[in-house]
Design a protein around this ligand. Structure first.
Ligand code: MLT
Length: 237
């Protein structure tokens, strides 16, 4: 039986062993949900950048640039961090460079893992099936909010622990706790997560239309995986 554990913030990642594991980075509101939406609608690869200027400079290499800080689109960027921006398929066969407040930082701090995947509710089952085909231990890395625990990433982690229970044991206290929370609250994701601090932040910025998308299960069969420094879509059969 493989093992599954949860890291609740990039500030705690040094306490976890990454080698030999699949790390699933999760930022439900909204970075990893947006990455899945972009890859499912024609974006061929995503370069994730921790820094605004690094991301801005990618425009000179024909990358679309998307950036957000504190939920707001970064100045001078073509795109912010809304998953809805990609659903019309406007960016077919284009490359994207992306920087966000927490999600892209969590990806950069997952280097050293055997494999890095991105997790989101719209591709939960695809991620589960892929992980179960790899027979490796799993570390779920929550992006959180500026180093702190957040509810939405942790609840997703509970959903993934629950979905993996046939193949992965939850010995880690965090995994046990979040699996129980998901078993209790998973039937009403939107209702429960309406009290999440970042959901309120997005509402304050009138961008809560993204929340419904971010909480929709299994819209896509793709797996988001980092390969050669870029995030790409895999379609395991
Ligand atoms: C983040 O990286 O913190 C989030 O994705 C922020 C957001 O999109 O609102």
């Amino acid at each position: 039986m493989q093992q599954v554990e949860i890291c609740f913030s990039p500030e705690l990642i040094h306490l976890h062993e990454l080698r030999g594991k699949i790390v699933v980075v999760v930022d439900i509101f909204r970075a990893t949900s947006t990455m899945v939406a972009a890859l499912a609608n024609g974006i061929t690869e995503i370069k994730t950048c921790s820094d605004l200027e690094e991301c801005r400079s990618m425009a000179s290499q024909d990358y679309l640039i998307a950036g957000e800080r504190n939920g707001i689109k970064a100045e001078g960027f073509q795109l912010g961090n809304s998953p809805l921006a990609y659903l019309a398929g406007e960016y077919q066969d284009q490359k994207l460079a992306m920087t966000t407040t927490n999600g892209t930082l969590a990806i950069s701090k997952s280097i050293g893992a055997d494999e890095i995947l991105i997790g989101a509710f719209p591709n939960l089952q695809a991620t589960v099936s892929y992980i179960q085909s790899r027979q490796k231990d799993v570390l779920i890395h929550c992006a959180g909010w500026k180093g702190r625990f957040n509810l939405e990433d942790s609840l997703y982690a509970g959903a993934l622990v629950k979905a993996l229970e046939a193949t992965h044991e939850a010995e880690d206290d965090g995994a046990i706790a979040m699996k129980s929370l998901y078993e209790k609250e998973g039937h009403d994701l939107k209702g429960f997560l309406s009290q999440a601090s970042h959901a309120k932040r997005l509402q304050n910025h009138n961008i809560d239309s993204d929340i419904d998308f971010c909480l929709t299960l299994d819209l896509f069969s793709l797996v988001g995986k980092v390969e050669n420094d870029s995030l790409i879509a895999l379609y395991p059969n």
